[in-house]
Design a protein around this ligand. Sequence first.
Ligand code: GLY
Length: 382
Amino acid sequence: MEVIVGGGIVGLTIAWRLSRAGRAVTVVDPAPGTGATHAAAGMLAPVSEVTYTEEPLLRLGLASLGRWPSFAAELAADAGLDAPAVEAGRGVDLRTDGTLDVAFGADDLAALDELAAFMAKLGLPVERLTGRECRRLEPMLAPSVRGGLLAAGDAWVDPRRVAAALLAALERRGVPLVRARVTALLREGEGGAVRGVLLDQAPGELRADGVVLAAGAWSAELADVEVRPVKGQIIRLRSPEPLLSRCVRGTVHGAYVYLVPRGDGELVVGATQEELGFDTRVTAGGLYELLRDARELVPGVTELEVADVVAGLRPGTPDNVPYIGPSGTPGLTLATGHHRGGVLLAPLTAAILLGEEPELAALCAPSRPRAGARVEALEEMG
Ligand code: GLY
């Protein structure tokens, strides 16, 4: 039996795929689906979120995006969501209408043009649009939006619905879910081989043939892994009529904001990026900045009702690439450090652990050259 530590979208996806492959698994989490997964907007946007020096992440993201449609369909079937339920918007709300990346100020437009040139060099399928063309696609955009990039292949999903579907699918498959906190890994012998986990409540410990660490921002508390919490605050607004038909990302004088429309009429506005340790307070300043920038791009947001505000902790790594694969310690596999891409990368993460993507596995192997050192070397090279 294998223990999966962590019931976020990554851990649940791994458990589901391993179980479907005939492996005996148990998931351990005190409150599955309530961490970063609960806060996430669910952008599946490897193209519009591409960043200089992060080509490995782009390759991983594109591969995982390609897996999402079949992943969502198989999950809906396994979770018992029939076709009419999915049609009626009770599925995982996978939307494939693309992302529009827009620029507000002259400085933002200059950065957008540079990004467009970088994307063209990478051969990415994006279309450069004028401000007017952006408003033709999204009439609620402000007249001051100066231009944009349409990444028609990007998509998004509702992570809360995905987590609920995964939990339903695991229950239907009879996969045990232990609602407890893992306090330590159970180690034995020379080299400290991992043989299970210790729990904060009964049954006290779980012995296992292997442990997969998918504990997100908390991973470094259990194993020697360079993962740190990166706080993200997010606002969910309730919109009687959809304000947007696709996901809009934008920069407002260099600050990033995104607006993600849900099938149920919600509009998710996110997200801050704060290095404050394990702080999950929702702050006035965080909300103010998000709403200030969202309003510059889509003035109508200020009319909407606030449905929810939440802060989650992304698991950051030195090079923003997750650790997926054998840890180097016998019995311990890592599936953590997904930073801003946990939702996007969940299907690929499970595929890598099942040996389906050997080439991509090398990009996120925990044994890759020390991630921080690689970023420093790239910076030195200019
Ligand atoms: N993927 C978007 C975020 O982490 O804010």
